[in-house]
Design a protein around this ligand. Sequence first.
Ligand SMILES: [Zn+2]
Length: 434
Amino acid sequence: MTYWDPIETMPREELEEYQLKKMRATVRHAVKQSPYYARHIPKECRDVRTMQDIARLPACDKDDIRKDQEVMPPLGRMLCVPEEKVVYISASSGSTGAPTASPFTQLDFDEWIDYEARLFYSSGLRNTDRYCHALNFSLFVGGPCVLGAQKVGALSIHAGTIPSERLIKIIDQFKPTVIWTTPSYAWYLGETAEKIGFDPAASSIKRLFVAGEPGGSIETTRRRIESLWNASVHDYYGISDIFGACAGECTAKEGLHLAEDHMLLEVIDPETNEHVAEGEKGEMYLTTLRKEARPLIRFRTGDIVTYETDQCSCGRTHLRLTGIHGRVDDMLIIKGVNVMPSAIESIIRSNEDLTGEYRLLVTRENHLDSLTVETEHVDRFKGNLAQLEQKIQHDIKATLGVSTRIVVYDEDTLPRATHKAKRIIDKREHVWNE
Ligand SMILES: [Zn+2]
């Protein structure tokens, strides 16, 4: 086994010492250079000597970044360097408010690209590969990740988000071995290819790197994409305020390795605010350990994850995210039961009679929440529709403990996602988690 960087196999004890040292330096840098942090981090919390000390530091979230950038546009008071030192910003999509900027110095940028190269290398990318980048470039932090593939030495095709038929022609002509996209789009692209007579399973693609949605970590979704393309799916996790990809799946596929030399992970129970144990679900908080331009301290990502720290069979010691279960905001509370849409996706996609497409409709009638799952049967399904609906209803009830209404349409009734899929329609008003 070969590694991009010796730090990937550093013994955990040393790694944790390294993190603590960097954490201390980050807090010092932040309170010294940024008026925001000078104001928000109480003096008595600034001397971080143990991992427990970290939990005393105040957390921040996307809204704090947004407000801070509104107070002092465009980069905010969290910025820790003069603007002359900033060479790059990405801007978040703004799907939940005004877009926010994520600034990088040249050093931040170079370290990030080297880190992307490390992740791609761990997923099996080599200089003999051809890498097709089929994610958005415009303002999006996933764009420059293509430079990580180039750093590995792969021939890189900057496709971006072009119409599917054109992308299929590019694949046919230049024969990339690796493609990077979202799981929804990987699925859609494969189906579109089949419809126009191009067999994705017989194509040059051997690996799909997927990011932007939980699908790559949902076993049944992953298996469907893998069989459609006859290729290996590697899941990636990124967040615009930190890196395009912060974690990625190695060839052993035992979870997504997080760059623990670049960021510190905490997983917090959203109700008690306490750290959860390994293997248990909670909200991911990340602290950057090397960022100059804008360090983030205890940033609430809003993503529900689980993690493990025991050594991966690939030999890497950095912890693995063993599940990315969706957004805290996506968690539906139906009659008091917590329901992650990804759990319903898993059930829908394990049913061979269904296309795998689905939509969740939440309504409130007479003060009672009601969840309708809309899905589609495959064309070849000739059985009894009512029985199929009953089976799905039963499987969801047995797994999640929630009663649902099921509607199964013909294949191709539901809208197909070309980028991030919008699968939840919540028509309730005054829900407590809004
Ligand atoms: Zn590994």
